[in-house]
Design a protein around this ligand. Structure first.
Ligand code: F6P
Length: 360
C-alpha cells in the first residue's frame, strides 16, 4: 500500500494556501506517496471525515490561485485562540476523535497549514498522538520563530498599491485620506505598506496614539503648503488608554471582530482639523487573490520542506523561514507569544528617520 499523507488549511484564508498544497502534493508524489486533502479545516477530521484525494494532475494552476481548494474555518469545535497569545484547550474528546479520523484515513502524517490559532491546535493534536508538521500562514506576519509567514508579502503589495491610489485622491482634493489595513496585534502590514506607500502617519497596535499628535502632523503639513495627508491605520491600533475598536460580538471562544478604527480616526481628524477626511477599509481584499512572486516561492519552499520533515519523521515541528534557508523549529517555539513590530527595530527607526509619525 502507498504511503498516504494528509493536508489541511486552518484559520483565515491567505494568498498562497493553494501554492503550499501544490508543493506538498508534488513533493509527496515524487516520493511515490499519495496526498489526501482534509476539507473545511480541522472539522474535516471528525466523524464522518471529509476528504478529497489530491491528484498530481489537479495541481495545475494552483500556484497562483487565491483562497484554498480545501476550504477552511476559524470557528467551531477547533477555535484554538481567544486572545493575544492565549491558548484555548481543545476538548480531549474532540482531539481523540480527530486522531481516530487520521488513523481511519491511514495517514502517515498530517500537514497543518495555519496561523497562530491553527498551530496552537496542531500542537494539541501532536500531544494527542497525531503525527503533525506545521506550515506558518498569516497576512499579519505575527508568528514567532519565523522571519516571515507566507501571505504577508502579498498583503503588503496590495495595501501599498491601495495607498498609492488613495494618495491620488488625497493630493487632488487636498484631503486627509485614511487607509485601514488588517493587523490585529501586530502592525507589520501597516508599517511596511505605510513606508512603501509614502504614508505620513502610521498607526499600529504596538504604539498607542493620541489625536493631538496625529492632528499635529496634518496641521504642520498644511503650514508647509502640503495640503494633503496620507494615514494608514492597522485595525488593532488603539488610542492611548482606549481599547480596540470592534464590530459586534466578542464570544468567549472567538476573538473579537476588529474593524472600524479607520472611521473613528477619520471622524476625529476631520473634527479637530477642519480638513475634509475620508476613510477606505481594505479588509478582506488583503486576504484574497494571487500570491506575489515572493510568496509563491516561499510557499513552494515551505511545502517541499514540510514533506522533508515527514521523511525525517520530525513531527511536532514546523517549517520556518530564516534567510537564506528554511528550517525546522518545534511548534512550541512559535505559539503562545506573537511576533510584533519591535519598537527599536529598523522598520520603526526608518519611518521615524523619514519624519513619518506613529501618532505618539
Ligand atoms: O489573522 C488574520 C486576520 O486577517 C486579522 O488581521 C483579522 O482580524 C482577522 O484575520 C479577520 O478574520 P475574519 O474576518 O475572517 O474572521
Amino acid at each position: 500500500m502507498k504511503t498516504r499523507i494528509g493536508i489541511l488549511t486552518g484559520g483565515g484564508d491567505c494568498p498562497g494556501l493553494n501554492a503550499v498544497i501544490r508543493a506538498v502534493v508534488k513533493s509527496a508524489t515524487k516520493r511515490g506517496w499519495e496526498t489526501l486533502g482534509i476539507l473545511g479545516g480541522f472539522e474535516g477530521l471528525l466523524h464522518p471525515t471529509r476528504t478529497r484525494a489530491l491528484d498530481y494532475h489537479e495541481m495545475d494552476g494552483l500556484l497562483y490561485l487565491g483562497g484554498t481548494i480545501l476550504g477552511t474555518s476559524n470557528k467551531g469545535r477547533f477555535s484554538g485562540k481567544s486572545g493575544h497569545g492565549e491558548t484555548r484547550k481543545i476538548d480531549p474528546g474532540v482531539l481523540a476523535e480527530a486522531r481516530a479520523g487520521v488513523e481511519s484515513l491511514g495517514l502517515r502524517a498530517l500537514v497543518i497549514v495555519g496561523g497562530d490559532g491553527s498551530l496552537t491546535i496542531a500542537q494539541q493534536c501532536f500531544e494527542a498522538g497525531i503525527p503533525v508538521v506545521g506550515v506558518p500562514k498569516t497576512i499579519d506576519n505575527d508568528i514567532a520563530g519565523t522571519v516571515v509567514t507566507f501571505g504577508f508579502d502579498s498583503a503588503v503589495a496590495f495595501a501599498t498599491d491601495a495607498l498609492d491610489r488613495l494618495r491620488s485622491t488625497a493630493q487632488s482634493h487636498d484631503r486627509v485620506m485614511v487607509g485601514e489595513v488588517m493587523g490585529r496585534y501586530a502592525g507589520w502590514i501597516a508599517a511596511h505598506a505605510g513606508i512603501a506607500g509614502g504614508a505620513d502617519v502610521i498607526l499600529i497596535p504596538e504604539i498607542p496614539f493620541t489625536y493631538e499628535s496625529v492632528c499635529r502632523v496634518v496641521n504642520e503639513r498644511e503650514a508647509q503648503g502640503k495640503r494633503f495627508t496620507l494615514v494608514v491605520v492597522a485595525e488593532g491600533a488603539r488610542e492611548a488608554g482606549r481599547d480596540f475598536v470592534t464590530q459586534g460580538e466578542t464570544g468567549a471562544i472567538r476573538e473579537a471582530r476588529l474593524g472600524g478604527v479607520g472611521a473613528v480616526v477619520t471622524g476625529e481628524i476631520g473634527r479637530r482639523t477642519g480638513k475634509e477626511t475620508r476613510v477606505c477599509v481594505l479588509g478582506h481584499l488583503q486576504r484574497g487573490g494571487s500570491p506575489t512572486t515572493f510568496d509563491r516561492l516561499l510557499c513552494t519552499r515551505f511545502g517541499a520542506s514540510a514533506v522533508r520533515l515527514i521523511v525525517e519523521e520530525k513531527y511536532g515541528y514546523m517549517v520556518a523561514h530564516h534567510p537564506p534557508d528554511t528550517r525546522a523549529i518545534p511548534i512550541t517555539e512559535a505559539i503562545g507569544c506573537l511576533r510584533t513590530v519591535p519598537l527599536d527595530g529598523d522598520i520603526v527607526r526608518t519611518a521615524r528617520d523619514l519624519g513619518i509619525s506613529f501618532g505618539d
